[in-house]
Design a protein around this ligand. Sequence first.
Ligand code: ZN
Length: 84
Amino acid sequence: MKCKNCGNDIIPTKKFSVLLFILLLILGIFPALIYLVIYLNKKANICPICKKNIYKSKEINNTNTLAFIVITVIILLMLLVISL
Ligand SMILES: [Zn+2]
């Protein structure tokens, strides 16, 4: 597979955010598990050489934005459960 960013013939990998995973583990085992499930279902699209999305020539990094939305929703849900 050819990377659109650097042009190298690479095998796409997935980006795993260890920091995010630890943060979710602190919150609880379930948010961490949800993140693991999301990660496992995610298609490999990261170039191991330039660490960018192989399908996009211009890097639009919305992975972190999505992760933060997920965390916010989880925190809000947990607060709701606690308040009940
Ligand atoms: Zn690349």
